[in-house]
Write a new protein. Structure first.
Length: 351
């Protein structure tokens, strides 16, 4: 019996609110789990992130829910014209993975494991050609001493999704934000003349281009456990300029909200689970908007609208505690990309 137990390992996973809590019983020979970063438009628009961190489970392995948690705590989202079903916590919105309709062939998020031991290893980008203009695959070529593999299917199934430009009633261009199911959809204008002279607004307007907002990468534990991904990319916008208007309760369309702490309100689509907003009492009119739902015609990083701040990874300490090798490699690649593209890494302002 002891020998059998030594050949198996139990891995636990939880979302932020702990409504979802499950274990995986894995053969030690199957460890570490091979984890990939998927950049396809389905994953991006249904998660609100620039990619997802998924591992395919071995045959006949599926999550075992720990009471009082159960599969009833999950919302399922059936991908149109596909056999895949994604699952996310109905309370906090955390994505846990997906399966076939008969609950077989599971993929799980390795971003929500509670084990500190190395039970997974990030090895590859997949569907990177779907990320028009490049996503995290632009930043992450190596993790530690391992080169990242890059896999795309043959044919045109990885072709990027092209988005049309959006315009407001004044005929000026807008940036559309829309989740995968389309239940949450709105537009954002460019910064106004004079915003960089405003003490509050100047923190979120690009220091090098007054027509752009800033964007960052965030590795905090709360964002990881409410999204189901290692990191989330945010831009920052004044909520009262969204079209149609969005109130401070963040409820528009199919949006759901979750109060992750007494002064923080987060929102996600209640149908497909995409992360949308982060709002806090300290700056009520300025909200974080998830870059993964942006529909910029030029590509997933929305570089005609955003200036990326590569000076640091937000809440880097949290990320280092969860996966030091990944965060160090991402931070290095992010800065290198910024230097090669812009000649600088951007400032390290805190919003």
């Amino acid at each position: 019996m002891a020998q059998i137990e030594a050949q198996e390992k139990t891995v636990a996973a939880q979302c932020y609110c702990k409504s979802v809590h499950f274990t995986l019983t894995l053969k030690t020979s199957d460890l570490p789990l091979n984890t990939h970063l998927c950049h396809c438009s389905i994953c991006r628009y249904s998660h609100g992130t620039l990619c997802v961190f998924h591992a395919t489970l071995p045959d006949n392995v599926a999550p075992h829910f720990v009471a009082p948690s159960s599969q009833d705590k999950l919302t399922s989202y059936r991908i149109p014209n596909a056999d895949t079903i994604y699952y996310f916590c109905s309370t906090c919105g955390c994505h846990i993975g997906g399966s076939l309709p008969d609950y077989t062939d599971w993929t799980v998020s390795t971003s929500i494991f509670t084990n500190n031991e190395p039970v997974y290893q990030i090895n590859s980008h997949v569907f990177s050609q779907s990320a028009l203009g490049g996503g995290y695959n632009d930043f992450l070529f190596r993790i530690g001493d391992r080169d990242m593999k890059d896999w795309n299917p043959k044919g045109d199934s990885a072709r990027p999704k092209y988005n049309e430009a959006a315009y407001g009633a004044d005929s000026e261009e807008r940036l559309r934000a829309e989740c995968h199911c389309g239940g949450v959809s709105f537009t954002v204008p460019r910064p106004r003349d004079g915003d960089r002279d405003d003490p509050e607004m100047k923190r979120i307007v690009s220091p090098v281009d007054k027509r752009k907002w800033i964007a960052t990468i965030d590795a905090c534990d709360d964002c990881r456990l409410t999204s189901g991904t290692h990191v989330v990319s945010w831009t920052f916008i004044p909520l009262d300029r969204c079209e149609p208007s969005i109130k401070p309760d963040l409820l528009i369309g199919t949006m759901k909200t979750f109060e992750s702490s007494p002064d923080v309100l987060r929102s996600f689509c209640g149908v497909c689970g995409a992360v949308i907003f982060y709002s806090c009492h300290d700056r009520k009119n300025i909200v974080d908007l998830a870059v993964g739902v942006l529909r910029a015609p030029e590509g997933v990083k929305a570089e005609n609208w955003l200036t990326w701040q590569a000076g640091r990874i937000g809440w880097e300490k949290d990320g280092l505690q969860y996966n030091e090798e990944f965060i160090l490699s991402l931070a290095e690649g992010f800065k290198k990309w910024s230097m090669e593209k812009y000649g600088h890494v951007g400032d390290s302002r805190s919003v």
